[in-house]
Design a binder for this molecule. Structure first.
Ligand code: HPA
Ligand code: ZN
Length: 335
């Protein structure tokens, strides 16, 4: 990897922790927990990652998460991600977890959240990576199930900064979760939502108007609606864009056709993220590198993306300023 990209201080704001589970660890956890996987080897798992749309990916992703049983499993998965993030000079992470993927298989909410949180604390203390945790509701399940999940999260609210919305987008618009998000905000959670990945610009509008989100996850389809672009620009609503994910799931056919440079040119607050790095072919550094090479971004564009990643985070203004100063110092030293 280009050392300039590798060493550029950055934050990652759109990463599903279950999507960081590498085949090697999946295989190891299956053995440790005596779970039968439909694959005989790590190579077979990797070979199964042949999807070209969101739903095919999600089917494999939910199956893979079935190896996670104990608090230590969630710890090990999260720790492995943090070590990868460290290698890409990620200084701050805001990661998603999908509790329903686990509670629906009989794993306690406490087991999931405690394992992840413990690894995040150790990552802060040992790797110097600050963190926030975001609970995602699975939008293909009911609003009632989401509300029940929110209630399970209330005892852990000190550990969970925000709630989000992921899984199959089309047919499950943000409005379906209006009451759940109202309750979440009343309980003190910030909100985000996946919108405008496979779904239309109207879903982005709904996420803003009905869910009052602080950021839009993906949001790349906003360019189909000029008034929406103007609104996103005016309010500087961050978009957490995931370039390699978008290519793998065929939101764009090739990286050269990705609209990230257009989003930036329209004045939008764009960030670069990995989404599900084990499944989509690269961690956050590889995503920066893909857009740098595929779209011919200049170093100053990469610096803007890194600066945006901290400014779009849920850190305090003071912490944001300190990280942005790190980015500026890094850029100045190398210009
Ligand atoms: N989109 C929707 N849901 C998801 C994704 C994604 O890219 N990754 C994990 N859950
Ligand atoms: Zn995502």
């Amino acid at each position: 990897m280009d050392p300039f990209i590798r060493d550029l201080p950055k934050a990652e704001l759109h990463m599903h922790i279950e999507g960081s589970l590498e085949p090697e660890l999946m295989f190891q956890l299956a053995q440790r927990n005596d779970i039968e996987l439909p694959y005989g080897s790590v190579e077979e798992i990797r070979a199964a990652y042949e999807f070209s749309n969101l739903q095919d990916f999600l089917d494999i992703y939910y199956a893979g998460a079935g190896v996670l049983q104990t608090e230590q499993d969630f710890y090990d998965m999260t720790w492995a991600y943090l070590e990868r993030a460290k290698a890409d000079t990620v200084r701050h992470v805001e990661i998603f977890f999908d509790p329903q993927t686990h509670t629906d298989r009989g794993i306690a909410f406490e087991t999931v959240v405690t394992g992840i949180h413990r690894a995040l604390v150790d990552g802060r203390d040992e790797l110097g990576i600050s963190f926030r945790l975001i609970l995602c509701f699975l939008r293909h399940l009911s609003a009632e199930a989401a509300m029940h999940t929110l209630e399970m999260a209330l005892p852990y609210r000190e550990w969970i900064t925000a709630v989000g919305l992921d899984s199959s987008e089309v047919g499950h618009p943000p409005e379906k979760f209006r009451d759940v998000f109202d309750r979440a905000r009343a309980e003190g959670f910030l909100t985000v939502a996946h919108a405008g990945e496979e779904g239309p610009p109207a879903y982005i509008e709904q996420a803003l108007d009905l869910l009052h989100v602080e950021r839009i996850d993906h949001g790349v389809r906003c360019l189909e609606d000029d008034a929406l672009v103007e609104r996103l620009r005016e309010a500087q609503v961050p978009l957490t864009v995931c370039p390699l994910s978008n290519v793998k799931l065929r939101v764009f056919d090739r990286i050269e056709g990705h609209n990230l440079a257009h989003l930036m040119a329209r004045g939008l607050k764009v960030t670069v993220n990995s989404d599900d790095p084990s499944y989509f072919g690269g961690y956050v550094g590889a995503n920066y590198e893909a857009v740098a090479n595929g779209l011919g971004l200049a170093r100053e564009d990469l610096v803007t993306l890194a600066r945006n990643s901290f400014e779009a985070s849920f850190l305090s203004d003071e912490d944001k300023a300190a990280y942005v100063a790190e980015v500026e110092a890094y850029a100045a030293e190398r210009s």
